[in-house]
Design a protein around this ligand. Sequence first.
Ligand code: ZN
Length: 134
Amino acid sequence: MSGVWAVCVDFIDALNEAARSTYPDEFICLHRAHNGIIDEFVMLPGSVFGETHSFINYWMDPIDYERTGSAHSHPGYSAEASEDDLQVFRSTGGVHFITCLPYDRTSWRVYNSAGERISLDLVYEDGTKVEPEE
Ligand code: ZN
């Protein structure tokens, strides 16, 4: 996704919070970016939670703003993309977050549409970098 270089720590915290409250089901949403920073949830119409990735149908619906990708949670300790995940990533483009237990600031990964792990800076709302916690 062109121009995306960072993710807002508030987005990661909110993703993990949603993941916790949806556990043991998966939480799924889309997101969008401002100034290259992913910072906003885009909730799916009639959000689908659960084992299946049927949200792809919603993705294909035309929505009148730019979406930068998806984010979802895994109810386990692996944020490894599954075969189903990879298929969704490939067919939708953008960048894709997966967070896993224990749903903290280090338990997430982000992939590109080819399913390759990429890195994004973790930043505050004003764009300053979040230093890793000790
Ligand atoms: Zn998954």
